[in-house]
Design a protein around this ligand. Sequence first.
Ligand code: WTA
Length: 659
Amino acid sequence: MERQIGEKQQKEKIYKVPSSFLKHAHINLKQYKKLYRYSIKNPNKFWAQQAEKFINWFSPWKKISTGSLKKHNMRWFVGGKLNACYNCIDRHLETHRNVAAIIWESDNGNESRTISYGELHEKVSRFANVLKKQGVKKGDRVCIYLPMIPEIIIAMLACARIGAIHSVVFGGFSAESLCTRILDAGCRLLITADFGARGGQYIPSKKNADKAIAKCPKVKKVIVVKHTGHPITMHRKRDIWYHEAMSEVDAKCPAVKMDANDPLFILYTSGSTGKPKGILHTIGGYLVFVAMSFKYIFDYHAGDTYWCTADLGWITGHSYLLYGPLLNGGTTLLFEGVPNYPSFSRYWEIIDKHQVNIFYTAPTAIRALRHEGDDWVKKTSRKSLKLLGSVGEPINPDVWEWYYNVVGNKRCPIVDTWWQTETGGILITPLPGATPLKPGSAAWPFFGIVPEIINEKSKLVKDNQSGRLVLKQAWPGLMKTIYGDKKRFVKTYFKEVPGKYLTGDSAYRDKKGYFWIIGRNDDVIKVSGHRIGTGEVESALLSVPAVSEAAVVAVPHEIKGQSIFAYVVKKSGAKSDALKKTLNNRVRQKIGPIATLQDVQWVKALPKTRSGKIMRRILRKIAVNEFDDLGDTSTLANPSVVDDLIAERKKYSAKIIKR
Ligand code: WTA
């Protein structure tokens, strides 16, 4: 897997820190270097200082940290007491009661709402009382399946206020995906809406929830937000209207004293194999890491309006739409819709409408908007912008340049932020006042982070050679475990390279210390920035009776970054076209529309090792018509299958062209 990176890539352009940032940034280059050195040499002292600066503790910790990565049992701020909701709202009240906490922008643009810290406090306290009235207690898991409306933030913070653990499920997931996640976390209560609205379409959230709950007997209550007002069926004994419940309780609800190492939330994400993993984050470490990384990486100053376009169903939404901004007393914009509705100018119009200063989005959205041409951007002002961000997948240098030149008018630095659901917050990134930028590189490690690139034998590789990205030193944002599956937690992240955290990504570092992320080196596919496990898609395909075997791989896609390509061995007699439709429907039903198949290739057999493992390396190459250099095929149990696969692929590609 090791690769020497070519000379061409070494001659990248470098963009200097703009003078506007040199004057006002929280951290300049000298400070970064000094503080970084300090943070990795004295992690305990460094993190204790940050914890005191960024978080309000009900009572102090007894130990800054215990355990080790080697034993995968790190704990932070042990014995400290705090409350996440209190830190996001209550402690800002004295100074921020009338400051906007949330600006909500509706899908169709006809409606926007501003919620001040004072109002948010009132609503969250009320909803916390609703939850209590329904019997939700500290440690209970609550599932949230809501569109991007203010109630999703209210629900998450209300859980945190009473010590319940929120498990947000992305509103675009299917009923089956929702059901699996409810069952795995053992949730007893679900919060949903009548419908969600996205790009002028209505998503039947309540209907999906009903379908999911039919198989979740432990869910006794469902709280329903009336959002679009379209008719739905309410189950008399089980379902409660949010607005009615809110009017029946008062707005006084003290924030519960929680332990720093109590769970804050579970968030499901895809891994290489099997079912999604419930990543569990704990309160103290997560909050400290997210609060301070938000302030420094986005160079947040009081009065800034910040917009992160990620859905709250993903970690970016948790850390940098909700917790990071609110912990800093910031104003966070919540957008219900999509970048191309009602027109391709929508994002830029929202920036102008609400005078957004800091904008954080994903390469897939940037690619899609760039594809439509510059006019959609240029007819808007975007003068309020001072910083741009990118997350979720590598951003190609050309796309980076477009983002910088056209969207940012050559004025705004871009922070290309690398991190994962598991890491809680951003780990590799430029700092806008400190880092000269190289388009396509996530630049340097954040405070307290020590990334390394190693080869298959766990030895460090030289500069410019690619390898596996691992993290050598613990930081407070790292997850605590996989909910209910400690074994998988240890096996996935800590077993192969003892003493280090294995990210699953491959990367290289150049001579100037810049990190270049290449992509996943496991079986995770990133479709439009969403993490999808090949195993999940394969199980969906195999659940169709006419399928005898299936393997999926990622293929490059101009807009989505990657898309899903399936190899399927069908049972004799199955009709190709009809089966293709069935397969796509099944994947959408089992996972959701984000997992739609790009293409299906019928094959006679799959390439397997003698132990029965599918050799995806070969399938990946054949999918993109790379038939030479397939690597070592001698360990295949059925080497002749490769010739068949190539012939089948050539025939299929030819057929596509003919059509
Ligand atoms: C990828 C999203 C390149 C990476 C926050 C990682 C990136 C996975 C970047 C985690 C980036 C994230 N450059 N690749 N700036 N950011 N990734 O859990 O492969 O949805 O392992 O977290 O996204 O995806 P997740």
